[in-house]
Write a protein that binds this ligand. Structure first.
Ligand SMILES: [Cu+2]
Length: 68
């Protein structure tokens, strides 16, 4: 499961935006977020590149830490 660091995801509002962006490409994605560390872990049928693009399109800056 891909893990991203998203430094500009800083509050609950950002968190909701990022979750919505991921749900748009995979409604069944399982998303876990540690807001204090800006960490996002996703279990999804989509690959890391697609998930990263979706987060970027929502206006955030994902850094891929791990692809699996
Ligand atoms: Cu915010």
């Amino acid at each position: 499961m891909p893990q991203f660091q998203v430094q500009d995801m800083t509050c609950k509002h950002c968190e909701a935006n990022v979750i919505n962006a991921i749900k748009e490409v995979d409604a069944g994605a399982d998303i876990s977020i540690d807001l204090s560390l800006h960490l996002l872990t996703i279990t999804s049928i989509q690959d890391a590149a697609t998930l990263g693009d979706a987060i970027r399109e929502a206006g955030y800056t994902p850094f891929l830490l791990s692809e699996q």
